[in-house]
Design a protein around this ligand. Structure first.
Ligand code: BG6
Length: 508
């Protein structure tokens, strides 16, 4: 029975008209993700009328040139295709504002433009900081200095901060301070696009809207959990320059994979408010056993680079031969970590996460491996089918959920085989899922921060990651850099990590 006093917990405020200012508007993210997401919201009728989009960047460009570039990319990547009529309508709301990120005058001119566009009434403002990270501070400081951070009465002013949110705990804390001096926490949206993926959102529903999973979701029934994020791409498009300074651990584990982990491992929140959910998520990260010595890092973390190999039959270079990568690089393109969560629920259950570039295919999934049924009747050791039930949550592609069960093969003999019960989003609901950025942009317009990282989540995650980075780069005794052939499933050291516990990576 629904509880009439709690309706506010799931209802959403309506999306109000606003001006969206994108810093770093000539970049890849704006062209490939943000504008197509806003366009698709318009296609679905979800973008409030009266939304204005202003691209803020350093390059000289006219509105027309800016719009042409956006159209070119939208035609290529838009989820729902490109409808010239809807686009024409949509693109009228998009303009370009040229300024250095460090030039106060540019911000004053922006303020005038916003006032003029919004009929001198101020209006709602959403600032999306998607520039190169070295400008994040300066942009926030100048938004404050020019008063753009202040909403006029009855309106709101919010900020979305793209990743990377710092490069370690110290820089993340510093950035959090700069943000806090400029915007209130309720108006701050630290984006992690994995939280906007439909299947990631479904994790809480799967766990807490069904009664069959949660009673088993603990160390009594679960043997271990794996989270894999495989990519077949390498360092195309000059990405090597960025990646060299980041590496797999900071690029994907600190944010996306620890966020998925916290959704899988969290306790049920008391309500669905942004803080209700984030209070529980942060507890998971805080409970991670720290790998705080080089020895613990060597025992629980594997890092690796790929050597030359083949992807889909085509030859590809090794990591150190990639464009903008140093031949002596010490940056990992693959990382696997064994995590232990020191809580009552998860005591003794290892979580394994791995992320790698140039693996055989692009695929992200979470697999929950249940303990086998007792070894009597059908599961006597050495007979029957080995392994227990496995619940697989496919984050992408082919979004869905499957359950491995042991079943009898039809016939007069008693022979067993694992079978798969499969739920596929596209076939069950007859339509594809929206892109993560669509949901997240809409949520920030609505003011719902549930799917965004809170300050303490980001800092707790860095605390865990910093120990590992320290062991790799600053200790006198750095653990080895393993190697795998591009197009293979990663280094043998990562297989060994699981074998030590009697487990193995699921084959994707
Ligand atoms: C980004 C990382 O945050 O996520 C990239 O910087 C990575 O290195 C990308 O490729 C993966 O996102 P998705 O949505 O394609 O899985």
């Amino acid at each position: 029975m629904s509880n009439p006093f709690r309706e506010d917990l799931v209802s959403r405020s309506p999306a109000e008209p606003c001006s969206i200012v994108i810093f770093g508007a000539t970049g890849d993210l704006t062209h490939r993700k943000l504008i197509p997401a806003l366009y698709n919201l318009a296609v679905d009728g979800e973008l409030p009328t009266g939304v204005k989009i202003i691209g803020f960047a350093r390059r000289e460009k006219s509105d027309a040139e800016f719009r042409d570039g956006l159209e070119l990319l939208n035609k290529k990547v838009s989820r729902s295709g490109h409808d010239p009529q809807i686009w024409e309508n949509f693109i009228q709301s998009v303009s370009y504002h040229q300024s250095e990120f460090t030039d106060e005058e540019g911000y004053r001119a922006l303020a005038e433009k916003l006032d003029a566009e919004q009929g001198g009434k101020g209006g709602n403002r959403l600032f999306y900081i998607a520039s190169a990270p070295e400008f994040f501070d300066e942009i926030l400081l100048l938004l404050k200095k020019t008063g753009l951070n202040h909403a006029k009465p009855g309106c709101w002013s919010r900020v979305i901060v793209e990743k990377p949110f710092g490069t370690d705990l110290a820089t993340a804390k510093h950035l959090n301070e700069v943000v806090r001096n400029t915007f209130q926490e309720k108006d701050t949206f630290r984006i992690d696009h994995y939280l906007g993926k439909e299947t990631a959102q479904n994790l809480m529903v799967l766990r807490f809207a069904n009664s069959i999973f949660e009673p088993l979701w603990n160390s009594t029934y679960i043997s271990h959990i794996q989270i894999t994020c495989a990519e077949n791409l390498g360092m195309e498009g000059g990405r090597g320059g960025y990646y060299e300074k980041s590496g797999a651990l900071r690029d994907m584990v600190q944010n996306h994979l620890l966020q998925l982990l916290s959704l899988v491992a969290m306790e049920p929140p008391t309500d669905l408010t942004a803080d209700g959910v984030r209070d529980e998520k942060v507890k998971v990260i805080r409970s991670l056993r720290p790998w705080d010595t080089p020895e613990k890092v060597a025992a629980n973390v594997v890092r690796a680079q790929y050597s030359a190999g083949h992807i889909d039959g085509n030859p590809v270079p090794g990591y150190r031969e990639e464009d903008r990568v140093s031949p002596e690089s010490k940056t990992e393109a693959y990382v696997a970590v064994r995590l232990l969560i020191d809580t009552w629920r998860w005591s003794g259950v290892p979580f394994y996460i791995r992320m790698g570039k140039r693996l055989p295919k692009k695929s992200t999934e979470i697999s929950v491996h249940f303990k086998p049924a007792p070894g009597v009747l059908f599961n006597t050791p050495g007979q029957g089918v080995s392994g227990g039930n496995v619940l697989v949550i496919r984050i992408q592609p082919d979004e869905g959920i499957s359950l491995r069960m042991i079943s009898k093969i039809p016939g007069n003999n008693l022979r067993l085989e694992p079978v798969k019960m499969d739920f596929n989003y596209a076939t069950s609901f007859g339509k594809g899922s929206p892109e993560a950025y669509e949901r997240l942009l809409l949520d920030s317009i609505v003011g719902d921060a549930t799917l965004f990282a809170r300050r303490d989540e980001v800092e707790e995650a860095w605390k865990f990651i910093d120990h590992i980075e320290h062991a790799w780069h600053q200790s006198g005794n750095p653990p080895e850099m393993a190697e795998y052939v591009a197009g293979s499933w990663g280094p043998r050291q990562a297989d060994k990590l699981l074998m030590e516990d009697g487990n193995q990576w699921r084959r994707l």
